[in-house]
Design a protein around this ligand. Sequence first.
Ligand SMILES: [Mg+2]
Length: 280
Amino acid sequence: MLLLVDLDGVVYRGSESVPGVAKVLADRAAAGDTVVYVTNNAMHYRGDYVPRLAAHGAPVGPDRVVTSASASAVYVRDHMPSVRRVLAVGAAGLERELRELGFDVVTAAHAATRMSQEGIDGWAAAGHPDAVVVGLDPQLTYLRVAAAADCVRAGAVLIATNKDPLYPTERGFRPGAGSVVAAIETASRTMSRASIGKPEPYLLEAAAKLVNADPREAVMIGDALTDVQAGRAVGARTVLMLTGVTTRETADHLPEGERPTVVAADADGLASVLAALADG
Ligand SMILES: [Mg+2]
């Protein structure tokens, strides 16, 4: 089976392992399952997750992690062949993913600096990009929003890595990529053309494509309702874990159209449901 596995709230919570989950995944991989990790987090380069996941004991290789940043780069390459130059609003991981696929990348930081030093608008400062790709930018400034909005108003296509309104941290909730996207959509009076991360299907489609699999054959394992929604959107079976943001109470009262295939309370529950799903 292909297992598409969310990270935060499933494999780990912050820096802590979720007890037993990495071992369950390692056992499944040893038995022949393919494990690909899928995260909406657009800040980190996907390769940076490899040592981190290995430290938790999870089965992982260099090409077994897809982020909403890497999937956005793939999406633009595959769906928008005329795009060459991209304005990246986000952290270093987003910039790197776009560069790796051959895009001519200018950062919002660079464009904002030119705007203020040279007194030019964001479109000129960014060198007339064809697309604006937006993730969580922890260094976001007013001028970076202005640069992105100028580019979109001038005709650059707006792509959201994801629209998560919030980003959970050990110090509580912070604004997520969706909050940054909303600022640029509002300022440019233009809705983003696509949002790549969960609950939309593109992140999971990119993950399945990476291992030449059909996403309809996959099992999506996640702790949020957006994981279930994304899984349903690609026709995958879904396992909702109660190890993260979703409570038993919420899971038990979902309307018909939002229910996962199965709910698993913890690692033992996950092992049982995956054994059952593997048996068909
Ligand atoms: Mg999660």
